[in-house]
Every structure is written in structure tokens, then in C-alpha cells.
Write a new protein. Structure first.
Length: 235
């Protein structure tokens, strides 16, 4: 009986090993993905209130294998004589499984954020963004997440980012999970992911910029490189 149990245990261990390898192989970490993005914001008659949002079409590959479709928008408030910008917003996210157009799940998300601009020296333009999210992910319990993003823009042919300015754009964003229990005896790690990005930007007009760059995303389970093409529009 002990030999039979030992053999059964050995088979189970082997099957678990194969399953683990299959899970790891579900995402091709060597394949470059691509994110195509449009960011916008608008002030109401140059007052304290405004709106902002973004549309993002994210692919596991360069085009066609959907990773995420993200639609997000929010109400902004900027106190008078202050540089900080507050946002209360909502996002809807459709996520696709790697190499499968049929496996999709959805998420609704409410978020609050604060954005602090900062300038160091004559050419280093920084922004600190703190974001708190409340998440309703399909087939999971209610979740929360904390995010901090440091943006750095460095103009190349000018001291300010104005019309016809070339500039370098960098950011690093850290994601930390709040509630780790997501239901049905499942849990997530405290560390959710980290994104590091570098790009070349060009100001088409003072209120319209385009960036082309590369982002490296590291999650608790996998890491992947993404090309990013983004349009940034101030109305």
C-alpha cells in the first residue's frame, strides 16, 4: 500500500510540474507587445474644474491579440493658486487571455488620484501621481490597489516643452495590492506590478504631443516588454 501511495504521489507531483510549466508558457514573455493610447484633459472655461480620460488598446503582440481594452474618464479639480490636480474617475476594462480572442473578463474601477508637478533645474519636469483604486473584477471579490507613478520629461531642443519640441519621457510606476483575498480561497501578492518606460516625444502643438517608446512590465507572475505609441491632447 505504501508503494502504491508513493507511486500515486509521484504521478501527482509530475502532473503538477507539467501544469506549472503550461501555466508559465501561457504568456510568451519574449514576444513584444504593443499599447496604443490616447490621453486627454480639458478645463472648463479656465476654471478649477475639468475632465480627463484615456483610451488604451493593449495587445499581447504588435496587433490583434487583445490584452486589454481600457476606457477611463474622470472629473478633475485644481484649487486656485495651487498646482496640485485631483481626479475622481471611473474605468471599464476588458481583459483578454494570451493567444485567445474568446477568453475575456471585465472589470469596473473607481479611482481617486492626486497629481503634483515639480521642476528640478531648468529642464527636468517631474510629476508625482498617487492613485487609489476600488476594483470590481469579474469572478473575484472586491479589491483595492495603490499606485505611485513618477514621470520625468526632459526637453532636447528647448528649455520648455512647446510647439516643435523634442523631449525624452520617462516614468516608473509601482502597484501595490490592498485586499489580498480575492475569494474562493484565492489570494494575490502584496506586490502587483512595476512598469518602467522610456520614450522619445514630440510636441506637434503646445497642446498636442506624441510619444513612441518601450515599457517593461514586471508582475508577480511574468514580465514582458511593450512598445507604446501614445497621443497626449490638452483641450
Amino acid at each position: 500500500m505504501r508503494k502504491i501511495l508513493a507511486q500515486i504521489l509521484l504521478v501527482v507531483v509530475i502532473l503538477i510540474g507539467f501544469a506549472t510549466e503550461d501555466a508559465k508558457a501561457q504568456i510568451d514573455e519574449d514576444q513584444t507587445g504593443a499599447w496604443y493610447m490616447y490621453f486627454w484633459n480639458a478645463q472648463i472655461k479656465e476654471g478649477s474644474w475639468g475632465f480627463q480620460g484615456d483610451l488604451q488598446y493593449r495587445n499581447w503582440n504588435l496587433m490583434g491579440d487583445l490584452e486589454q481594452l481600457l476606457l477611463r474618464g474622470g472629473l478633475t479639480y485644481k484649487p486656485k493658486n495651487a498646482s496640485i490636480l485631483f481626479t475622481l474617475g471611473y474605468g471599464h476594462i476588458t481583459t483578454g487571455a494570451f493567444d485567445s480572442s474568446e477568453i475575456l473578463n471585465t472589470e469596473s474601477r473607481i479611482y481617486q488620484e492626486a497629481l503634483f508637478p515639480q521642476k528640478i533645474g531648468s529642464i527636468f519636469y517631474l510629476r508625482h501621481r498617487f492613485r487609489y483604486e476600488q476594483r470590481w473584477v469579474e469572478d473575484q471579490d472586491f479589491r483595492t490597489r495603490y499606485r505611485y507613478n513618477l514621470f520625468i520629461d526632459v526637453p532636447i531642443n528647448s528649455k520648455v516643452i512647446d510647439k516643435k519640441t523634442l523631449y525624452f519621457a520617462f516614468y516608473n510606476e509601482l502597484f501595490i495590492n490592498g485586499q489580498r483575498d480575492i475569494g474562493d480561497d484565492r489570494s494575490v501578492e502584496l506586490f502587483d506590478r512595476n512598469r518602467t518606460y522610456g520614450a522619445l516625444g514630440y510636441a506637434i502643438r503646445k497642446n498636442l504631443k506624441v510619444q513612441l517608446g518601450v515599457m517593461r512590465q514586471i508582475t508577480d507572475n511574468w514580465a514582458k516588454t511593450q512598445m507604446q505609441l501614445s497621443l497626449h491632447h490638452n483641450w
